[in-house]
Write a protein that binds this ligand. Structure first.
Ligand SMILES: C[S@+](CC[C@H](N)C(=O)[O-])C[C@H]1O[C@@H](n2cnc3c(N)ncnc32)[C@H](O)[C@@H]1O
Length: 288
């Protein structure tokens, strides 16, 4: 189905728009509203079959996770019949610095799952730690940049989102994670993917764990600007920093980099929509 992505407020005026295909259902997922488009009119997306059939959800191992708004009883029943998951969770948000899931159990008994993505195995308990499927393309992009043997710091490793794909691509990764639940799965995932010789994982505050100089530093935390100064103390000219943010501000970042005696080339990449008018972005910062 061809669709245009519109802000939720536009739903009120759909009747007045001549490009809307009223023979098909509007589909809404979190803050994205997909409106079917008539033949011959411009469109933003072609929706895959799964999305066309109903409410969007995330499949994680043998579990199904709903995000965004609470699913209706009919939507839960629909997914239960189609996917036959062992359990279903509704996770409207992740809370605090440790990104702990705030969840409601909709059916079944929660347990640890084994999820496979791009050939990498992830063990996790989705009631305890987050897994963002929206970062899949970003993981692939980062992996494509890795040069074999380069020394990488992953300051906010979680269960291994960037650590595992970077080590698989040939990097030597120093992975840091403060949440003991996430760290447990990080270690398990390093072993399951046979990456113990290329990853050093440590549990604690990355500000106390960074050591020496790195060729690449991953800063997968939305407050990563607060950690930039300490990260810059572990760089050399040529180091690349991937700084995640919801509010990209190149000038502030350039100012901080200048204070450490560097110039920088900065490129902004959009990862995913996070909230109305807010995108999860990554600043690729090459130090000179
Ligand atoms: C990987 S998650 C964020 C993922 C991604 N940016 C997203 O939300 O789409 C950030 C991780 O950083 C960890 N963390 C937060 N503060 C930290 C610190 N000071 N040192 C090490 N890890 C930290 C959290 O526990 C969490 O697992």
């Amino acid at each position: 189905m061809r669709a245009r992505i519109v802000p939720p407020e536009t739903l009120r005026s759909l009747d007045t728009l001549d490009w809307v295909d009223r023979s098909r259902r509007v589909f809404r997922e979190e803050d994205h509203v997909y409106v079917p488009v008539k033949d011959g009119y411009p469109y933003d997306a072609v929706l895959p079959t799964r999305i066309r059939k109903g409410r969007g959800y995330q499949r994680l191992g043998d579990a199904v996770i709903f995000h965004g708004r609470r699913p209706s009883a009919e939507e839960i029943e629909d997914v239960a019949c189609r996917e036959e998951p062992a359990f279903i969770l509704f996770i409207p948000a992740h809370t605090g610095d440790l990104r702990v899931p705030y969840y409601e159990l909709l059916s079944g008994i929660p347990h640890e799952v084994l999820h496979r993505e791009s050939g990498i195995l992830y063990h996790l308990d989705p009631t305890k730690v987050m897994f963002s499927q929206g970062n899949r393309e970003e993981k692939r992009r980062i992996a494509s940049l890795i040069r074999p043997g380069e020394r990488i710091a992953d300051m906010f490793a979680g269960i291994g989102y960037f650590t595992l794909s970077s080590a698989t691509a040939g990097g030597m990764v120093h992975a840091m994670e403060i949440n003991p639940d996430s760290f447990y799965y990080l270690q398990k995932n390093i072993s399951s993917n046979q990456l113990t010789t290329s990853v050093l994982a440590e549990c604690g505050d990355c500000r106390n764990l960074l050591s020496g100089e790195y060729d690449r530093i991953m800063m997968g935390h939305f407050d990563s600007e607060l950690f930039l100064s300490i990260a810059l103390s572990h760089t050399t000219p040529g180091t690349v920093i991937h700084l995640h943010t919801l509010h990209p501000d190149e000038d502030t970042v350039k100012g901080m980099i200048g204070e450490h005696g560097y110039d920088a080339r900065i490129t902004v990449h959009r990862v995913k929509k996070y909230a109305p008018q807010i995108c999860h972005c990554v600043l690729d910062v090459v130090l000179r």
